[in-house]
Ligand binder design. Structure first.
Ligand code: ADP
Ligand code: MG
Ligand code: MG
Length: 864
């Protein structure tokens, strides 16, 4: 029931059922629907909420055997947010609610622990003031610092009861100064305000930002969980912590986590105090440790997935406060999948579904080479795997600004907070001086697949002076820093980053993916190096070879220019004859790598002016040549004239693709010659040629394809390639082509959806203009929740894909269907291509493993 109760509420209820009521403090959940109603009414509680809350509270009190606000023996509650999908740290929670000037005395008497009672009270005031009434955190911190100075102590834990009492007075004063009201003594009023505050936090800036990045709909709302408090801050036999059922970094079988003795949970997750490793709990509290280990195993086998839990030990007694499927870095995901299958916890198919395909990227990211020679500057916690380097920045704002300017940066902070998230996006990697594996910085970095090293104890980040100090070295903004988040080291040396090797567990998971998936996975490649890498990653052929890149190389471009500058067919043919051997050579390299596999080659696609210099530049050169009377003036003038001739008002919709081939057939002829000659040469040398698929771009009319097909067949015959395996097909990238797909299919052997252009032409967006111009605003205004160039626009562009696939196959049942746009490597889009009945996807080499897993997941879900 997570949609209704939120993840936390649903899991707390489920956990109560599985582990028994003794292990989970009693409570109730206000549904996400109540929050939605509250938002709809512009921030007014829905009818009946008050009564239902007081009913439920009555039952909670009955179970606890104590009453909220009872001056003699009060029950306290926490008021916790919890959305459908976990948004760690983004929404608000309030602890110790129900304390006031009278009940604090009762709590002190019944627990016989005065310090604890006053510590709880001041914590409640602190959170209530900040979260419910917006009293700034700094003002609160200042008050604490002043108290500590007055008491002559360093740590909060050293404050004595008298100090805490005084602090309570400070906070109450601060509260009325800042809000103009007295701090509410009535516990029911406290509860009402806390519930509102949690609802309101759903619309808070950081939650909105987090949802935008993580594509969580605004309409979901958050649930509110009201739960009896248990106390990890009751002395040395109490603690609070987080525990993962397995190592959350490596996925290894040993549970991991952090805890703090004599603390409440907030202290552990905030990353302000550096916590102790869970393994040390075995010594500190052996019985609780044993129980916790047993519970982690039970939860794992119940949920059939790795769990991330929160717990509190109150005077030796263990309580579970939360469980959820653990977010995990790619290496842990893969390790868990393999181990869980071996342990019989899940089937292979289920195991595949526990892996976040998109996150596998991290396994393909570079690391410091194993034998790289560099001096370690300092060590910290290996919080998120992968390596990165870049210029130091100290704030999220400068990270964003630098990234926009195209610079590579590493974000260096004492610790991070929700407001820093945009900086994570912009940075290559993250380094913090405080906090452990469960700190905000670590969680967010892992979620985004960014390398991070946290808790670098020797690092001292001085934000005020804009510098960081490590063992005598002073670092400034802009200095180079490198980090390896797999090992937990940082260095100021320019360490080369090396590509990773595939590990055994990953290979195994990919092998299972191949058993399950029905979609083929090819790669987009136009160099032998890319093709080779893609084959190592498991590509089953090339789905898109862009031939234009071959003309951009330094030794080709002048020849290409001569060709374009030529005014007669004769002159063009002469120039093309010079390009032919280069083109053939390129194809040979590619074909050797792909011998025996399909290779789709797209004939020249972009508008000709892309190969010519910029108009302005040539104009300036002509000007200069005139003034200086240089001998190349005439050439330059001709060039300028030609550039003017071929430049178009709207090149994206101009003379490109097959239109170019129809205007200048000799260009396509040369390309087909080169392809056939290369295939014959490779077959001669190695005994096998690839299955050639010649692809005509930008077809709108079937007659265009008829024309091109004739040309291709003629050249193939002339070149003696009749016995090569060779088919002719088309890109489908214009809406008209989708509407008349049956006609086009009658003359095509295959379709390959060019979803980049199809998105541009279906939406009437030019990609770069859209991304530079208005997409950002569209996202802010919630017109779109993501760029249609990242994830396929299913209702619109997706509909065109379905239509073309359906009518195309109607005309030709064995028509082969693929997709070669950027979307071919996007897991969500891949799920759609599965449903649309495509035969294969094609993506960049590094996305190939991701596509294999995503395709398997799509097949598994489709099967269900
Ligand atoms: P978040 O979603 O940000 O993790 P939580 O609602 O889990 O927020 O609350 C944060 C912390 O407060 C928890 O980690 C836990 O340690 C503590 N906490 C919440 N409810 C209780 C409770 N009923 N008793 C003791 N501690 C609690
Ligand atoms: Mg929590
Ligand atoms: Mg295109």
């Amino acid at each position: 029931m997570r949609d209704l109760l939120g993840g936390k509420g649903a899991n707390v209820a489920e956990m109560t059922r599985v582990l028994g009521a003794r292990r989970v403090p009693a409570g109730f959940t206000i549904t996400t629907e109540a929050c939605v109603a509250y938002m709809r009414r512009g921030g007014t509680e829905p009818e009946g909420l008050d009564e239902q809350v007081s009913d439920a509270l009555g039952r909670l009190e009955e179970e606890a055997g104590k009453r909220l606000g009872d001056p003699n023996d009060p029950v306290l509650v926490s008021v916790r947010s919890g959305a459908r999908e976990s948004m760690p740290g983004m929404l608000d929670s309030i602890l110790n609610l129900g304390l006031n000037d009278r009940s604090v005395e009762g709590l002190a008497r019944t627990t016989g622990n005065e310090r604890f009672a006053w510590d709880s009270y001041r914590r409640f005031l602190q959170m209530f003031a900040n979260v419910c009434r917006g009293v700034p955190g700094e003002a609160i911190e200042d008050a604490i610092a002043a108290r500590k100075r007055a008491a002559g102590v360093e740590e909060d834990t050293e404050l004595e009861t008298a100090d805490l009492r005084a602090l309570v007075d400070d906070f109450k004063r601060l509260f009325s100064e800042r809000t103009g009201e007295e701090f509410p003594q009535d516990p029911l009023e406290q509860l009402r305000q806390a519930i509102r505050a949690v609802f309101d936090s759903w619309l808070g800036d950081r939650a909105v930002e987090y949802r935008r990045i993580n594509r969580i709909p605004d309409e979901w709302g958050t649930a509110v969980n009201v739960q009896r408090m248990v106390f990890g801050n009751k002395g040395d036999s109490s603690c609070s912590g987080v525990a993962f059922s397995r190592d959350e970094i490596t996925g290894g079988p040993e549970p991991s986590g952090d805890f703090l003795v004599n603390a409440q949970g907030e202290d552990v997750v905030s990353g302000v105090r550096t916590p102790r490793d869970l393994a040390e709990l075995r010594e500190a509290m052996p019985e609780a440790h044993r129980e916790l280990m047993e519970i982690l195993r039970r939860l794992e086998s119940h949920y059939r997935d790795m769990q991330d839990t929160e717990f509190t030990v109150e005077e030796g007694r263990l309580y579970m406060l939360q469980t959820r499927s653990a977010k995990r870095p790619a290496q842990a995901a893969v390790r868990f999948a393999v181990d869980a299958v071996e342990e019989g916890l899940v089937t292979r198919q289920q195991a595949l579904l526990t892996v976040d395909a998109g996150a596998l990227d991290a396994l393909l990211h570079p690391t410091f080479g194993r034998d790289a020679d560099y001096e370690v500057l300092a060590r910290g916690v290996n919080a998120s795997p992968g390596a990165a380097k870049g210029e130091i920045v100290f704030t999220a704002e400068s990270a964003v600004a630098a990234a926009e300017a195209g610079r590579q940066v590493v974000l260096v902070r004492p610790f991070t907070e929700a407001d820093d998230v945009a900086g994570f996006f912009a940075a290559r990697g993250i380094i913090t001086s405080e906090g452990g594996k469960a700190s905000h910085a670590a969680l967010v970095a892992r979620g985004m697949g960014k390398p991070a090293v946290c808790g670098v104890g020797e690092l001292e980040v001085d934000l005020a002076s804009g510098e960081a100090r490590v063992n005598g070295t002073v670092l400034h903004e802009g200095d180079l820093i490198a980090l390896d988040g797999t090992r937990g080291v940082i260095t100021t040396e320019d360490v080369p980053l090396v590509d990773p090797e595939m590990d055994e567990a990953f290979e195994k998971v990919l092998g299972w993916a191949d058993e399950v998936r029905t979609l083929g996975v090819r790669t987009n490649a136009d160099t032998p190096e890319d093709a080779l890498r893609a084959r190592e990653f498991g590509a089953e052929g090339i789905g898109l070879c862009r031939t234009e890149h071959m003309f951009m190389a330094a030794d080709r471009q002048p020849k290409m220019r001569t060709m374009i500058m030529a005014r007669t067919e004769e002159a063009r043919r002469t120039a093309l004859a010079e390009l032919l051997p280069h083109q053939q050579q390129d194809f040979e390299g590619l074909f050797e790598v792909m011998a025996g596999l399909p290779v789709t080659i797209r004939l020249l696609d972009p508008p000709l002016h892309e190969f010519l210099p910029d108009v302005e530049e040539v104009a300036q050169e002509v000007e200069r040549a005139r003034i200086e009377r240089t001998p190349d003036l005439e050439d330059l003038e001709r060039m300028l004239e030609r550039v003017h001739e071929v430049s178009e008002t709207n090149p994206m919709l101009g003379t490109r693709g097959c239109r170019l081939g129809i205007l200048h057939p000799e260009i396509y002829e040369m390309q087909v010659q080169a392809i056939v000659r290369a295939a014959l040469a490779v077959r001669e040398r190695s005994g096998a040629a690839p299955h050639l698929e010649i692809m005509i771009p930008l077809v709108a009319y079937e007659m265009e394809l008829v024309y091109m097909r004739k040309l291709v067949e003629r050249v193939v015959a002339d070149e003696g390639g009749a016995d090569l395996e060779l088919t002719v097909g088309t890109m489908i990238e214009l809406p008209r082509a989708c509407f008349v797909a049956d006609r086009i299919a009658s003359v095509a052997d295959f379709f390959s959806f060019g979803t980049n252009d199809l998105t541009q032409t279906a939406l009437g967006f030019s990609r770069d203009d859209a991304e530079r111009g208005f997409l950002g605003r569209y996202r802010d205004e919630r017109i779109l929740d993501r760029s249609p160039f990242e994830t396929l626009d299913r209702p619109g562009v997706g509909w065109l894909v379905r239509l073309a696939a359906w009518t195309g196959r109607e005309a030709k049942p064995d028509l082969k269907l693929g997709i070669c746009g950027e979307h071919g490597g996007d897991p969500e889009s891949i799920a759609f291509f599965q449903l649309a009945g495509l035969d294969y996807v094609s993506c960049s080499p590094y996305r190939v493993p991701i596509a294999r897993v995503a395709a398997a997941q799509a097949a598994a879900r489709d099967g269900e």
